[in-house]
Every structure is written in C-alpha cells, then in structure tokens.
Ligand binder design. Structure first.
Ligand code: NAI
Length: 438
C-alpha cells in the first residue's frame, strides 16, 4: 500500500510543512536490488576499550563492505562498526562516547551503526554493567540517528561468530531492522563458505506457509532469489494465488490448511528428499477486546499462529524430514512482545512463538543440527494492515524510529538471513524500532 505521507514529505511544500510543524520526516529506505546490492560509502572501524576483538579487521573485509583505510576526507561513512567487546568497566564507557561522538553526524543517509559487544558476564558484575550499558546506548542512538539510518548491538564471543550478523546488518537487506541486540555466538569452523555467495541457499529446499500473498509471497521470492527451491503452502481458498506465486519463483505449490490434523504427514509426503528451511509464516487475526471475544475468535488464532507451528515443527524434526544443517524460522510479532489492545489472542499466540524458539533452539541445534529463530515484524504494509482503520494505521506507520511502515521484503530479507543458520534462538524484530514494544 502506498505511503502518501512519505511521498508528500519529499515535495517542497511537504518539506516546508513538516519542518515548520515538527512532523516526522521519513526517508525512503535504501533496500537491496541487483543494481544496488551493497551500501554505498566507506566502512569505518573503531575500537573502544583496551582489548580489540582478535581477527575483526579480517572478518570485516568479508562482509561485502570492506573497512576503509586512511582518512575519510569529505566522504561520509556508509557504516560505522564500533568494537566495544573490550569495554569491561564503567570507566571504559567513556571510549564509546569518544569514538562515536565525532563521527555520528557524518554518517551517510540510510547508514548503519553496528556496536559489537561481549555477552555480560555472570561472574563479573562490572563487565556485565558496562556491557549492558551498550544495549541502552544503542537503543537510544537508533532513536536519534534519523535519515533512514539504523543502530544495532551484536553480542559476540569471536569475530568469526559475528560475521553472519555483520554481513546482514552492513547490507541494504537490513533496512528495517534497528534498535535491538542480536546474540551472535555460534561459530563452527567446519561450516564452509557457500560455494555461490550470491545464492547462499542453492541446492536447498524451503517450505513457506501462507505463501499465497503478503509477507509469505515476499519470503518465497527472496528465498528463491537466494537459490532455494521453494515449496509454497497455503489454504485451498488461496489456490489460484498460490499457484501464481509458485510459478513465479520456479517452486512447487502445496495446497493445505496448516491446522489440519495430518498437516505434518502431508508435508513430509510432499518432500520425500527432505527439507532444509521451514518458514512458519501463515497467520490470522480475529481482533476484539477480551470482554467481547467469543471462543470462535480465540481458538483459531491460537491454532494457526502457534498450535500448528508447534505440531509441524515437532513432526518434521521427529520424522527426519528437516535435514541436519537446516533451519526453522517462525513468525512472531511486535504485538506479542509489547501487547496490543484488541489482540489478546494474537499476542498470546505470537508470544508463544518466541517461547517456542527460545526453548527449542539450543536442543534442536544440539540434537538435530538445526537452527531455530523467529522474526517479529512491526507494522508491515500488507493486506492485513490495509484493513486497519485509517487513523490507527497512520499511527502504526509513524510510531517507529524510521517513521514509516516496513515492506514485506524487509521481513523476507530477515527470514532469508535467519534461514542460513548463522545465529540461533534469536527473535529478530523487523519493525524500524517500533516505539511499541521492546
Ligand atoms: P496475510 O493475511 O496477508 O497473509 C497470510 C497468509 O497466510 C494468507 O495467504 C493466508 O491464506 C495464509 N493462511 C492463513 N491461515 C492459514 C492456514 N490455516 N493454513 C495455511 N495458510 C494459511 O498476512 P501477512 O500480513 O502477510 O502476515 C504474514 C505473517 O506475518 C503472519 O504470521 C502475521 O501474523 C505476521 N505479521 C504481520 C504483520 C503485518 O504488519 N502485516 C505484523 C506482525 C506479524
């Protein structure tokens, strides 16, 4: 759906009015395209604290936005990576200010600030305090940057473990991800670089539920772009749209209600050679305040958004259809993190998804070699949000640090990144740092 306000603010009268009245001035986000696959401008690598992260410079050279050597001159950095992993005392926090204060104003439009931190130590409360301080710092900086720029904290134990997150965050694919902390502590030396970096999901099979339209359609497109064979699943009523999507991405349609008792068996039967990426995207809303909500608005929402996710994940793990090295990406929602009046059913289901991810992720990785993560979209421009009354819709669009709604492709890019399994147990908000919620 077109964001007419954003378009208006780019005109001369729009600029005049928004400046005069102090209204939000969203900047069109720079998203990935074949013509513009990378951020444009140098990457600045800074260090706070006495002990830099070993090997970080070499890792940064592999992100697609290599670090700049020598003075920047008049060039504005496209991204700043601040290595703050060595900040172990409150005194050392002064370095965070000293390194970023002089450069933050010069960041290019739609730029990135990525702060690398270390996991807070249970055995050292001074280190834990200093490292937790970075979380509040990054969340606040993300609210200040403006001009389409984002800030993220990546907690890591080594430079190679941070590489998958850095590749995503230092690219236009993370345009609508901001103001949060990502734990990037996995590192398996034995995982080789994908043979085709442009198609990291080549030779993989991905199943996307709810793929006939909206976010699911975008996920199918992006996973196919990244090389996956996509099996696109949706309800019988959406058959025509589903076939169209499957054809467009060179995939296979699978008409199925995901809440059917035998859904797991039917998916396994449709995938005799196995599955690498399971994307739970199908979702429904049936909004009412609890006092007005009959049981027929409660149960289907819990079943589509959560019950079916639990059942099919369990089944496909147990029967071995999900192959070692694969991943599960579920869809939560900012409503499940923050709560939303009129959505007790939906928020309960989506919060349940985050509970599932956090509990299952360590076991699924240890026992099956499978990463489990979730995306939590904020306000995304789809048919679901087009149905929201105008004033609430406009508020939903603006109440985030980027002052605009996200596009389905923003969620799809995040899903495609999580599908690579470089992190585990994460609930990644794709919400432009929604002011509602964590
Ligand atoms: P949508 O309503 O446009 O598409 C959902 C798709 O799921 C539809 O094609 C529908 O037919 C399919 N589906 C519903 N029940 C199904 C079932 N039982 N079996 C198989 N397929 C089924 O929704 P949208 O906006 O694309 O959302 C996708 C996901 O993202 C949902 O899980 C939603 O809760 C979540 N989300 C969306 C947000 C937004 O702003 N649009 C915000 C936060 C989360």
């Amino acid at each position: 759906m077109a964001d007419r306000y954003l378009t208006f603010t780019r005109t001369a009268p729009g600029r005049f009015l928004t400046r005069g009245l102090g209204l939000p001035r969203p900047v069109p986000l720079r998203r990935w395209s074949p013509e513009h696959p990378a951020l444009e401008g140098p990457l600045l690598h800074l260090t706070a604290g006495d002990v830099p992260l070993p090997g970080l410079h070499e890792v940064l050279t592999r992100t697609g936005l290599p670090p700049h050597a020598g003075p920047l001159g008049t060039r504005r950095p496209a991204a700043v990576v601040l290595d703050a992993t060595g900040v172990a005392t409150v005194t050392a926090l002064v370095d965070v200010h000293a390194t970023l204060h002089p450069v933050v104003r010069s960041l290019a439009d739609c730029g990135r600030v990525v702060v690398l931190g270390a996991p807070p130590s249970p055995a050292d409360h001074h280190q834990a305090a200093a490292q937790q301080a970075l979380d509040g710092f990054v969340r606040s900086l993300a609210k200040e940057l403006g001009r389409g720029s984002t800030a993220t904290l990546v907690r890591t134990t080594s430079a190679p473990a941070a590489l998958p997150a850095l590749r995503f965050l230092l690219s236009p694919k993370s345009a609508y991800v901001s103001g949060q902390t990502i734990e990037a502590t996995l590192h398996d030396e034995s995982v080789p670089e994908p043979p085709e970096p442009e198609r990291p999901l080549a030779c993989r099979t991905a199943l996307v539920t709810g793929a006939a339209r909206g976010i699911g359609e975008a996920i199918a497109q992006v996973l196919a772009r990244d090389g996956a064979h996509v099996v696109a699943l949706d309800v019988p009523a959406a058959h025509t749209d589903l076939v169209r999507v499957a054809e467009r991405v060179g995939g296979t349609p699978l008409t199925l209600d995901i809440t059917a008792d035998d859904a797991g068996e039917r998916i396994a039967a449709a995938l005799p050679d196995g599955l690498d990426v399971l994307v739970h995207n199908a979702g429904i809303t049936r909004d009412r305040r609890l006092a007005n909500m009959a049981a027929d608005r409660w149960s289907p929402v819990i079943d589509v958004n959560l019950g079916s996710v639990l059942r099919t994940t369990d089944f496909l793990l147990k029967c071995g259809t999900l192959r070692r090295g694969g991943s599960v990406v579920a869809t939560a929602s900012v409503a499940g993190l923050a709560g939303n009046a009129g959505q007790t059913n939906y928020a309960a289901a989506k919060a349940g998804v985050t509970g599932l991810v956090r509990s299952l992720a360590p076991r699924a990785l240890a026992e099956h070699g499978i990463a489990v993560n979730a995306v939590a979209p904020g306000f995304i421009e789809t048919r679901m949000t087009a149905a929201v009354p105008l004033l609430i819709r406009e508020a939903g669009r603006r109440l985030n640090s980027l002052a605009q709604g996200g596009q389905p492709v923003d969620v799809a890019e995040a899903v495609a990144w999580l599908a690579l399994g470089g992190v585990n147990g994460q609930v990644l908000r794709v919400c432009g740092q929604s002011l509602l919620g964590a």
